[in-house]
Each structure stands twice: as C-alpha cells, then as structure tokens.
Design a protein around this ligand. Structure first.
Ligand code: ASP
Ligand code: MG
Length: 495
C-alpha cells in the first residue's frame, strides 16, 4: 500500500468525486437526473465516475462465456440488444450533430467489442485478460453517454479514459492499483482539466497495466475507482450515488423497518461491506481511509435525503443514533451467506505445526479463510467455498480429520466498540437464543459480533436482531387526560 498517500501530501484539491452506479445511469431519464446533480455541484468542481448501465456488465460476461463456447448466434443477439439499448439512450439524450458524433463513437466501441468476442471464440476460452477487455467496454460506453449528455446541458465535460490514469498490476479481473503511478497520472491528467474549469468524466471499474493492457478492479469495482480518484486528488469528499438512501441498518428487503445510518466510521462501513452488505464494494474505503477523505453514500432517486456520511472517527453520538439501541452501539445487522464451517480434528494431539500446515495447505489451494477458532482439541474454520476442501482433506490425511458442513450463514452485528459492551451480546442472545447458533465470534474485531447459523434461518435471525436493536418507535400513548392547551405547551417545549 506504499505510496497510497505520500507523507508530503499535495494540498487538498478543491473537488468532489461523484460516482454514479449502474441504476443511476440505467436509462436516459436517469442520466438526465445525473446531469442535474452534476450541474448543481459545479461550484465544488466535480469529477464524475460512472458504472456501466445497469446489467450491462453481466451481459458482457455472457458474451464472453458464449463466445468461448462457440455460441455465436447468442453472442450476436446480446451484442445487438446492447447496441440497440445504448443507441436508444443516446438518441433520447442528444440530437443533431451531437448525436451523429456520439453514434460514431458507440459504433467504434461495438466494433472493438465484436473483435474481442471473435478473439475469444477463436481461442475457445475466456481468459482473464480477454474478460477484462470485454467487460471494461460497459464503462467506456456509459462514460461516453454521460459526457455527451452533460455537454448537451451546457456543462463543459471532458471524457477521460480511466485506463490512462488508473494503473494496476496484471492480476486480471481483480487488479490492484500501483499507487505511485496512479496518483501521478491522476494528478497529471485531471488537475489541469479541473483548473481550466472542465468536468472530467471517466468510467469506473477499469484500469490498465503499465503496458496499457486493460484490467478491471473486480465486480462492483466502480466504487473502488471513485475512492482511488478521490484519494489521488485529495478530494474534499467522495460521493457514491446509488439507489438507496444510504447505508441502512439492515437490508430493507429483509427488514422493511430498516433505517438510514446517518453517520458511521470507515471501519464500521468496511466491516459491513466485508460481511455481506451490498451497498459498498469492500475495497472501496481503503484509499479514502488512508487519505482521510470522507465518503458519502447518497440516493440519486432521492437527492434531498442526507445519505450516510462515512468518516474516520465516529464516536457513538447519542444525538445522531439516539434511541436506537444501547445508545446507538449497534449500527447495522447483516448476513453473509454461503459459508461453510470446517472442523479440523488432529489425529493425535493439537500441535502448532498443524496450524502452520493447515494455513499452508489452504494457501496452496488458494483458498481463503474467513474466520478461525481454536480449542485444545480442534480447529474450526469458516470458508466461503467448499470446492477445494476434498483435496485439502486429502493432503491433511494422517495429521488431521477434516469434516465440513455447508449452507451456513454468518449473521453479524456491527458497531464501534461493540465488544466492550457485554450487554449487546446478551441482548442478541435473547433475540435469537432459540435458533441453533453453531459458533459465536467476537474475537477478531472490536466492531463485530457474529453468529453462525443455518442458512435457512439467516433471514429470521437478521429480522429478529433488527427488531431487537432497532425497535419501531412505540405508538404515541393516548393522552386524553391532558388538555389540548397543555399539549401545545408540551410540543413547544420539546418540538
Ligand atoms: N459495472 C461493474 C460491475 O457491474 C462495476 C460496477 O458497477 O461497480 O461489476
Ligand atoms: Mg455497486
């Protein structure tokens, strides 16, 4: 992570990074909404980062898979639909000569896409490097649409190819930025544009190696791009515009009473992202955190909502999270599904060598461990995929017996210093004590307590915990005995 934020930091750039996710740019009317938001932000010097139009990245991936399998009819059909959709959006957004130019640009992008698909078909395999070339096209297309649309409403937008400034290693499909190169390029490319009063528009998710080979930052990586740009420019803030009101106390589709978390710390947000909350890509916060640039999660469909502010330190502020639970100790409840628990029982006794061997074997199989708990007699691990476990068990044969159970979920409570408040665990137990809890983890981080349950009970566990820690405000008591005059006074006093 060297070089992410040099010690002799350049002065804070007066700019804000505004990142718009796929649903915020899914059609012409959404893009028009984005343009209004950017226009309003002009005095704060916005840098715009966009995702591909909603669902486009998945469709491009299907193009890649179908090409590799030689299903060329399907490839042609998906590409045709993609092209129609982008052209229709373009036509709706801009007219006349502007449309003509945009049409030519889109045509060139689709020509390159066809060539990439043909290449994959010839190779009969979707190599990571080809996948990156293909998937990155979604952001090239969307950034062109947004740039043209901004211009059409009088904003002096400048298209920036992210591959010229986000420089990464060659770990295709999950590349990591080379920070010194990237920060240097971001400064060199974006600062002059900002200084001349222009609004840079770039695609998220994509980068390129030093040799210019396109890479991607992993699915959902546009948030990460925004954070990379914000950190590289020492922006005033990074805004992640999405389709929910901010980080919520739980997934609103599971808990309709979920409410917006007004403010939380980077660590809490990172923990939430890691443990399954979908609102932010888990890597997003790293650059912002290192460079201490606040991140805001905002709703492009409800721009007047204050959103969630994510900052370095967020002591539990009774005023902000007041009346929620234990003075707002718990910020959110989440669940990570598809987890398996692996029991490793030594054949003879538990020796430190075994631990080392276990780590080595998992690493050799490139199998990441989620959590670990050890006792005198055995070792329990949590993993999110079981594919390599038979081979791992085979390798450990003679040293340990390996057994695993699939279809578990890790239900987590997240909040600063949650562990220092034993009453939180007590309350959680009262809420889900009758659900079979296979394992409790509150060791590794101050900010989370998690419970391993059967996946089939995960939703119920989240709902019960949420109801317990975020009770719906009790209905107002009927105050018939108080006169309306007294009521007015009461309102005046507290209202
Ligand atoms: N378009 C990319 C994806 O769907 C990146 C992003 O939207 O964040 O994964
Ligand atoms: Mg996203």
């Amino acid at each position: 992570m060297n070089g992410l934020c040099e010690s002799s930091e350049p002065a804070e750039q007066e700019c804000v990074v505004m990142k718009f996710g796929g649903t915020s740019v899914q059609d012409a009317s959404s893009i028009r909404g984005v343009c209004q938001l950017v226009k309003k932000a002009l005095p704060r010097r916005p840098v715009v980062v966009v995702s591909a139009l909603a669902r486009v990245t998945d469709q491009l991936l299907n193009v890649g898979l179908a090409s590799a399998e030689g299903r060329l009819d399907l490839v042609a059909e998906i590409l045709h639909l993609l092209r129609q959709r982008h052209e229709a959006v373009a036509r709706d957004l801009v007219a006349g000569d502007e449309y003509g130019c945009l049409y030519e640009e889109l045509a060139a992008e689709f020509k390159a896409l066809e060539a990439a698909a043909n290449g994959i078909a010839t190779e009969k395999a979707l190599r990571p490097v080809s996948q990156d070339r293909l998937l990155g096209a979604g952001e090239s297309l969307s950034s062109r649409l947004v740039e043209a649309s901004l211009r059409s409403v009088g904003v002096d937008a400048a298209l920036v190819d992210a591959r010229t400034c986000v420089i990464t290693d060659a770990a295709h499909t999950r590349a990591t930025p080379l920070w010194d190169d990237t920060n240097g390029r971001l400064q060199a490319v974006l600062v002059p544009l900002l200084e001349s009063g222009r609004v840079p528009v770039m695609g998220g998710f994509v980068g390129a190696t030093r040799d210019g080979i396109p890479t991607t930052l992993g699915r959902g990586g546009s948030d990460f791009s925004a954070s990379i740009v914000g950190a590289g420019l020492h922006a005033e803030r990074i805004e992640i515009w999405t389709d929910v009101d901010g980080v919520m106390t739980a997934d609103p589709t599971l808990c309709p009473d979920a409410r917006r978390v007004p403010r939380m710390s980077f660590d809490e947000a990172a923990e939430l992202a890691y443990f399954g909350a979908k609102v932010l890509h888990p890597a997003t916060l790293v650059p912002a955190m290192r460079c201490n640039v606040p991140v805001w999660v905002l709703n492009s469909r409800n721009p007047d909502c204050a959103g969630t502010e994510i900052v370095a330190h967020c002591e539990n502020d009774g005023r902000i999270n007041s009346g929620w639970n234990n003075d707002g100790q718990v910020k959110a409840v989440t669940a990570k599904r598809g987890v398996a628990i692996v029991d490793i029982e030594p054949v003879r006794w538990f020796a430190p060598e075994l631990l080392r061997e276990v780590f080595d074997v998992f690493e050799r199989h490139q199998h990441s461990l989620e959590l670990l708990s050890a006792s005198r007699g055995s070792l329990a691990l949590l993993v999110s995929s079981v594919t390599a476990l038979p081979a791992i068990a085979e390798e450990l044969k003679g040293m340990a017996n390996v057994r695993w159970e699939n279809h578990k979920a890790l239900v987590c409570l997240v909040g600063e210093q949650i562990r220092r408040h034993p009453e939180v665990a007590g309350q959680a137990f009262r809420a889900i004590g009758d659900i079979d809890v296979r394992m409790i983890c509150q060791g590794a981080s101050e900010r989370n307590i998690s419970f391993l349950v059967d996946e089939s009970r995960a939703v119920e566990a989240v709902q019960r915990l949420h109801r317990s820690f975020f009770p719906v405000p009790a209905p107002e008591p009927l105050v018939e005995t108080i006169s309306s005059h007294a009521m007015c006074q009461a309102e005046g006093a507290w209202g």
